[in-house]
Design a protein around this ligand. Structure first.
Ligand SMILES: [Zn+2]
Length: 206
């Protein structure tokens, strides 16, 4: 059981909070000082934490998993929790995808499906293991992501927290091969199952 988390995970969660709380349009921008006290994402606390996580990323220093769990709990209490989790998931997918060597990224996009998919799968598997503490396997034309230790499990009502992982998988497949079919949350620990599992379909694009 993994008890640490890559710093990119709490970083992606907090950056999503910040980005969702950012002033929207000129009118809000005028009141930014006032908003800073009302919106958590604009607070000095969040900025300081983001700086800390960026330092940890630079040093490749893993953090106690509780750091991720704590932030996910804060997000889970917000009325817009699901949107924030999805934003965080997309952000984490972009960050981890950006760490794959550029020639490899191009190659996966250019190769025919038959060769591209196993290559893409290998990268989803690596990213799953390092950043999500998860296992990734292929079953027919689908990919299964299994996360036994989730930072966002029960972070909000009705499996809201699980949207984080769903968004990561969806965005990652979209970025890798340029298309993804349905993504479903097939097993969930909040229903008493052993693990949280998502199934994503490859979409035939070539
Ligand atoms: Zn779940």
């Amino acid at each position: 059981m993994s008890t640490t988390v890559d710093p990119l995970v709490p970083l992606a969660l907090l950056e999503a909070v910040r980005s969702v709380d950012m002033p929207d349009g000129e009118l809000e921008a005028e009141f930014v000082e006032e908003l800073r006290t009302k919106r958590f994402g604009l607070s000095d606390t969040v900025l300081a934490q983001i700086r800390r996580y960026n330092d940890a990323v630079k040093r490749s220093q893993r953090l106690p998993i509780e750091e991720g769990v704590g932030i996910a709990k804060l997000i889970g209490r917000r009325p817009d929790a699901e949107a924030v989790f999805r934003e965080a998931g997309r952000g984490l997918a972009r960050q981890t995808y950006g760490r794959i060597a550029a020639p490899t990224r191009k190659l996966v996009r250019a190769l025919p499906t038959m060769i591209a998919r196993p290559l893409a799968l290998r990268h989803v598997r690596r990213i799953g293991a390092r950043y999500l503490g998860g296992g990734v396997r292929r079953v027919g034309a689908t990919i299964l992501l299994d996360v036994p230790v989730s930072v966002s499990l029960d972070a909000g009502p009705r499996q809201t927290g699980c949207a984080f992982y769903e968004a990561i998988l969806r965005e990652l497949m979209q970025l890798l091969v340029g298309g993804v079919g349905a993504v479903e949350h097939v097993r969930c620990m909040s229903r008493g199952e052993k693990t949280c599992e998502w199934r994503a379909e490859w979409r035939a694009i070539r």
